[in-house]
Ligand binder design. Structure first.
Ligand code: HEM
Length: 437
């Protein structure tokens, strides 16, 4: 019997975990993890139980386009309820088609996000794996753009045209889209952060279990945090990023407060100084664990102390060769988060146009509920908020030469200690910590 987690058991012709995450067989052996997710089960269904010989054998009969794409199933899956009731509402077909198209794309998005989570599940992360993750997240972003654009097609239907068949839909709603919940959850949206957790009670038992399973597994956010926490460079042979950063911030703060004192007077000066002091508290969270903890408790931060430091260091020194890929990764994570938010926003706008202030077919407050999810359901806001902590280049402390040398790529002629990055740790005084917060 093959490995219960699918290692070595998938037929060659089919998708293997390694091919999806870009890890070679030897790397795979080192990464073998008994907890390996097997989303082939979810995505490929019974295909994974067929051997490559069987798949090839079936190709003795010439493959036919419609059969390959299972068009008989897809194109016969639109059954407008108004048509069944002989109340022929022309626009219901569009309504169904667009929802089905969304669900197909959601499936693809979940597949891509799962493969990126697989990549981050490995403890050995090198440039190759990060590049693959980036590549797939870029695809996610491009699909999301289509999802946002598609709303315009639905908006060719008027509110009156929608109302003509809306009653047939009760109590079904996008609120029950399991794939959308899986997508949000796998990216990192926690149940307790949601505006309304009632959607769980509206799901069928089997769907509820799928969401519960996803909630019990590490999300992409969790994996990124773990990876950041184990970045070696924030403490390296006597160098401590937080201390150097603190010095630079204090220097900048002093100059800023001198300038404000000089330029402003009275109440205006008082208000500006107050603003400066509150921004200083945000900066302090980088070197003062208690301030960081307070911000976490207030919900202003989600990333842990060490991960926040690593994230900031990467963004500040993004032009260092070794930090370029991680910096690009942050950018695409923020893009994905933004795109999801843009979809939420556009969907909310469209809902307002279709049903005004009416409650939703799923029983929520409709437009008012959806409006609240925009922004509150953001996932990677820690990374976008990091901009507050960035410093102009003139204040940025120079990195020690020994550290800069370690950050060069291996094609550099200078000696390079690959283990530092690939093991996700290994720098001085770094205890590797692979747990999840
Ligand atoms: C006429 C078009 C549409 C209307 C009037 C509409 C209305 C609503 C309303 C009112 C909600 C809130 C839950 C509820 O009480 O029902 C909702 C949620 C949702 N809808 Fe739509 N919707 C439309 C089209 C779509 C489309 C095309 C999709 C694509 C899949 C979609 C996906 C969703 C999802 C995923 C949610 C859950 C959002 C969340 O809880 O954050 N909707 N919709």
């Amino acid at each position: 019997m093959g490995c219960p987690y699918g290692y070595g058991s998938l037929p060659k012709a089919e998708l293997s975990v390694e091919s999806r995450i870009g890890v070679s067989p030897s790397e795979k052996a080192e990464n073998a993890c008994p907890m390996k997710r097997k989303h082939e089960e979810v995505v490929l269904g019974d295909l994974s139980s067929r051997s490559s010989a069987e798949v090839r054998r079936s190709r003795k009969d010439p493959l036919y386009y419609a059969d390959y794409l299972k068009l008989d199933k897809i194109l016969n899956a639109q059954e407008p309820l108004s048509w069944k009731a002989k109340d022929l509402c022309h626009d219901e077909l569009l309504f169904i088609t667009i929802h089905q198209t969304y669900e197909l794309w959601f499936k693809q998005l979940i597949f891509e996000i799962d493969s990126v989570r697989d990549i981050f599940e490995c403890l050995r992360l090198g440039e190759k794996q990060i590049s693959t993750a980036l590549h797939r997240l870029n695809r996610v972003k491009e699909i999301q753009k289509i999802l946002v654009e598609q709303i315009r097609v639905l908006e060719t239907m008027t509110a009156q045209e929608f109302l003509n068949f809306r009653d047939y839909l009760f109590p079904a709603s996008g609120f029950q889209s399991v794939q959308f919940r899986l997508l949000e959850t796998k990216l990192g949206l926690k149940l307790e952060k949601r505006v309304n957790q009632d959607f769980m009670n509206k799901l069928k038992e089997e769907d509820k279990k799928k969401v519960e399973k996803a909630l019990s597994e590490p999300s992409l956010f969790d994996y990124v945090e773990r990876w950041l926490r184990n970045m070696p460079f924030i403490e390296f042979r006597g160098y401590r990023f937080a201390s150097h950063y603190k010095e630079a911030v204090e220097k900048m703060h002093n100059l800023d407060s001198c300038a404000l004192n000089r330029m402003l007077e009275g109440e205006e000066r008082e208000a500006a100084m107050k603003d400066l002091a509150s921004t200083m508290e945000i900066y302090e969270s980088v070197w003062d664990k208690d301030v960081h903890k307070k911000q976490k408790e207030l919900g202003a931060r989600r990333l842990g102390f060490r991960a926040t430091n690593a994230c900031l260091m990467i963004m500040l020194y993004e032009d260092q060769p070794m930090l370029q890929l991680p910096a690009r990764l942050f950018q695409v994570l923020v893009d994905v988060d933004d795109c999801l938010n843009q979809w939420r926003h556009r969907h909310t706008q469209m809902v307002h146009r279709m049903i005004g202030q009416k409650i939703g077919t799923g029983g929520s407050l409709g437009h008012r509920y959806l409006k609240e999810t925009v922004d509150r359901h953001r996932i990677f806001s820690d990374i976008s908020n990091m901009s507050t902590l960035l410093l102009p280049k003139r204040f940025l402390p120079e990195l020690p030469t020994t550290l800069r040398d370690q950050m060069k790529y291996f094609h550099s002629i200078e000696p390079y200690d690959r283990t530092l990055f690939e093991l996700g740790g290994g720098g001085d005084n770094v205890e590797l910590d692979w747990t999840f917060c």
